[in-house]
Design a protein around this ligand. Structure first.
Ligand SMILES: *Cc1c(COP(=O)(O)O)cnc(C)c1O
Length: 395
């Protein structure tokens, strides 16, 4: 066990996230700048093509964020004001806020205490005659039970839009997430497994949805700027719908193409870190390691440790504080949406409404996990967690 002084001396600083951009990305962006074409163009088309191929999806439509992706997906399935959409409470606000963009109501659903993903049985309880869709979120990268969700959706005639912001690449029963449901949304935000700084992608097998998504991401204009100004283009265009400004740029696509080529190697690096964490933590009684399933592969976007409150003299926040003192930055995913003022004010949610999510939220923390972590850093996180447990264990 390290004493506090020894901790201070041997101290490393391990941020919660560090970007995995290298010289190749710098070069790729520079090439786009030199090409003279910065916004949606050939590079974006290349990235979409390669992304679709990687997932095995018929269509991949690049957009400005995962938030935009889910919003456009709701538009594509024709969500109307007054409709209800099932959303897990354990997610980022983006998943639910876009439902309100449509004048529809996000109906928050409790989670499974093991996987921390949406509870299919609680979702079933919350279905009404107005329910039109369900947005399962693959929390931390571990796929939801998609067979159960699709069975429920079939019985109640619901659309399924997957929020795969964490799930690149994840797989469920041998198939990559992104080709399983009718629409899947990915995030390329700075901290996500594949990053373009900001950005998102929607995959679909449905040709009509793909057409609608491409139309609506760029003002409802019938032809992309690239085609309009390209060699065979002309000045004429038509505005078919009042759309959105959700397009992707070639600068982002340059990053995306390079990052996509590294995607499997980055997964391998995260998987190894997760393996080391679990190996080290599974024998510590005061903590619980993440649930895994033999029929699913997680992207390991997050490594979520859960504390056994009755075995520790400190709570989760204090535990995070102790890690911070040792130079290890942990985080929490997520504060349940039904505890947030906006959803309480708009929809009347209150503490106690979704008890499983509250119980798990109070005892979870996310540890650093990213491809640029060195072996020394991984071991330092492990020894820091062990140290905090040793010092604050209840005897
Ligand atoms: C990050 C995140 C989003 C939003 O992604 P953006 O690309 O930043 O819009 C949506 N859902 C979940 C679960 C996320 O973690």
């Amino acid at each position: 066990m390290l004493t506090t002084d020894a901790v201070t001396e041997s101290r490393l600083k391990i941020p919660f996230h560090r970007s995995a951009m290298g010289e190749e990305e710098v070069q790729a962006v520079s090439d786009v700048i030199r090409s003279g074409w910065l916004t949606t163009g050939a590079k974006t088309l290349q990235f979409e093509r390669e992304f679709a191929q990687y997932i095995g999806a018929a269509h991949a439509i690049a957009v400005s964020s995962c938030t935009a992706a889910i919003h456009l997906a709701l538009d594509a399935i024709g969500i109307q004001p007054g409709d209800e959409v099932l959303v897990p409470t354990n997610t980022f606000t983006a998943t639910a806020e876009v439902v309100t963009y449509m004048g529809a109501r996000p109906v928050l659903v409790d989670i499974d205490g093991g996987t921390l993903n949406i509870s299919t049985s609680d979702a079933e309880q919350k279905i009404t005659s107005r329910t039109r869709a369900i947005i399962p979120v693959h929390f931390s990268g571990l796929p939801c039970d998609l067979d159960e969700i699709h069975a429920l959706a079939k019985i109640h005639d619901l659309h399924v839009i997957e929020d795969a912001a964490h799930a690149l690449p994840s797989s469920y029963r041998g198939g990559k997430v992104g080709k399983i449901s009718e629409l899947t949304a990915f995030s390329f935000y700075a901290t996500k497994p594949l990053s373009t700084g900001e950005g998102g992608m929607i995959t679909t097998e449905n040709d009509a949805y793909a057409r609608r998504l491409r139309l609506m991401r760029q003002h409802g204009i019938s032809r992309d700027a690239w085609e309009r100004y390209g060699e065979e283009g002309s000045w004429r265009y038509e505005v078919l719908e009042p759309g959105y400004k959700y397009n992707f740029t070639d600068l982002q696509a340059a990053l995306g193409v390079v990052q996509l080529a590294k995607c499997d190697a980055m997964l391998q690096a995260r998987r190894q870190i997760a393996g080391k964490y679990t190996q080290a933590f599974q024998s510590i009684e005061a903590v619980e390691t993440p649930v895994t399933h033999t029929d699913r592969e997680s992207s390991w976007h997050l490594y979520v440790l859960r504390l056994q409150a009755d075995r520790l003299r400190i709570n989760r926040s204090q535990f995070i504080g102790e890690l911070a003192k040792r130079g290890v930055q942990a985080s929490v995913h997520f504060i349940p949406l039904h505890l947030q003022p906006a959803y309480q004010k708009l929809f009347g949610y209150k503490e106690g409404d979704l008890p499983v999510s509250e119980r798990e939220y109070c005892r979870c923390l996310s540890l650093p996990i990213y491809p640029t972590m060195s072996e020394t850093e991984v071991q330092y996180v492990i020894s820091s967690v062990g140290d905090v447990v040793d010092i604050f264990a209840r005897s």
